[in-house]
Design a protein around this ligand. Structure first.
Ligand code: HEM
Length: 418
């Protein structure tokens, strides 16, 4: 458990919120959640209201049911992604920039329409299946290298050995960054991971500035000399009819860093932990690798792990509760994808299951990197099941977890062989 495990002080409950929809849950520090996140998610689905107010971390809504998440995710007018309204955020960042230098903006994830669409559109081609598919063999080679380095050892701490390095290597290669940036980026990812388990934005802006700084030279180089990478592609697109600038490129780079590294890593960690606990599933996938892509989907659903924040934009009734403008609401996607009202026997990993999960969210902000994430996960599972014999959790070192806006595995000790 991290230092974040000390309970936060409960805030007073606003007068318009009845006791019947209040439930005490600290998404950053709840001990049962930290001990085994998705077990606690099931407990919340069974025992908490489908939409509840928690007094922790300043007080906010938690949308737990599938119905609540699906509705809110598609309703950008009432559930704003601008946790601070756009103009206020810009003014604040400009003011901070006077003291510390320019602060990059993670557009479009924290924008509402119409600006959201303007900044999202240029990324769509960059992350299209056609572009990503050209990366497959390189991703496979990186996964094989990492797995081969541990295969002969009989065991490893899988997060630091494989799950964390793979997306960092893919990110550097895709963006066309020099390989010698790898240690610097691992350290930046580590700092980002350590910080996101804590509420509030302390130090977040400086971390984003460091991420932008680390890619500044490559961005400048590609402006004058294009190559076959994402930074070059982004120099070639237009934003609302104008050419992209150095600042746009830094913004996009920071966005991809915060959206696409720890997410893939946690997807891998949670999926591999399930496989380690389920030798029969490992065997089934080894016997019939054509089932792996289905397993990837089911594992994403069974262990959905992101909790995107929203700001309630107006006073309204939502799913039977009164919300007020300015309140914060969390899209608790782990709850949505384990909701028995939506998925029969939701805890079962069922490769024959029909119906779509919302691990990548729904609506206008739906994940732009979902195809890349699926490719990385599929390849990793394929090579893991080929290169390692049956693996299991190390009985002496149980896994540890972290939670916050991204829920995941901190340490995953695996063993294999005799
Ligand atoms: C298993 C891995 C991943 C999961 C579960 C995931 C999940 C999500 C979710 C839930 C959102 C919506 C956030 C919101 O509504 O506020 C999102 C948005 C986004 N994701 Fe992913 N993601 C993953 C991997 C990636 C990767 C690999 C990339 C690219 C490198 C990526 C890029 C993005 C971008 C750019 C957005 C913003 C889209 C927008 O606001 O329009 N993601 N992701």
């Amino acid at each position: 458990m991290t230092e974040a495990a000390t309970a936060s002080e409960p805030a007073p409950i606003p007068g318009h919120i009845p006791e019947s929809v209040v439930y005490d849950f600290d998404m950053f520090r709840d001990p049962a959640y930290l001990a085994d996140p998705h077990k606690r998610v099931i407990d919340l689905l069974e025992n908490a209201p489908p939409v509840f107010w928690t007094p922790r971390n300043g007080g906010h809504w938690m949308l737990v049911s599938h119905a609540a998440n699906f509705e809110a995710a598609r309703d950008c007018e009432d559930f704003s992604s601008e946790v601070l309204p756009y103009k206020e955020m810009e003014a604040l960042l400009d003011q901070l920039a006077d003291e510390t230098g320019r602060v990059p903006r993670a557009y479009p994830i924290n924008l509402d329409p119409p600006l959201h669409g303007i900044y999202r559109k240029p990324l769509q081609g960059v992350f299209s299946p056609r572009t990503i598919n050209t990366m497959q063999e390189q991703i496979r080679a990186m996964a094989c290298d990492l797995l081969d380095a541990v295969a002969g050892k009989g065991g490893c701490e899988f997060m630091s050995a494989v799950a964390e390095p793979l997306p960092v290597k893919v990110f550097l290669r895709m963006l066309g960054m020099p390989e010698d940036k790898y240690p610097e980026y691992r350290a930046l990812v580590r700092a980002h991971l350590d910080a996101q388990a804590l509420p509030g934005a302390e130090g977040a802006l400086q971390r984003l500035q460091k991420v932008a700084q680390a890619m500044r030279d490559t961005i400048e180089e590609r402006r004058d000399e294009r190559r076959d990478d994402i930074i070059s592609m982004l120099w070639g697109v237009e934003i609302d009819g104008r050419a992209t600038t150095q600042e746009d490129l830094e913004n996009y780079g920071v966005l991809l860093f915060i959206a696409g590294l720890d997410t893939v890593m946690q997807g891998i960690g949670l999926g591999v932990r399930h496989l380690a606990e389920n030798p029969a599933l490992q065997q089934r996938l080894r016997d019939d690798p054509s089932l792996i892509s289905k397993a990837t989907e089911e594992l994403l659903r069974r262990y959905s792990f992101t909790v995107p924040p929203r700001r309630v934009a107006r006073d309204m009734e939502f799913q039977g509760v009164q919300m007020k403008a300015g309140e914060r609401a969390m899209l608790f996607l782990p709850g949505a994808d384990l909701d028995p009202r939506e998925f029969e026997n939701p805890t079962e990993v069922n490769l024959e299951r029909e119906g779509a999960h919302i691990a990548f969210n729904a609506g206008p902000h739906r994940c732009l990197g979902s195809h890349l994430a699926r490719v990385e996960l599929n390849i990793l599972y394929e090579e893991l099941l080929t290169r390692l014999p049956q693996f299991r959790l190390d009985p002496d070192k149980p896994p540890s977890f972290n939670c916050g806006h991204v829920v995941g595995v901190e340490q995953l000790h695996l063993v294999w062989g005799d």
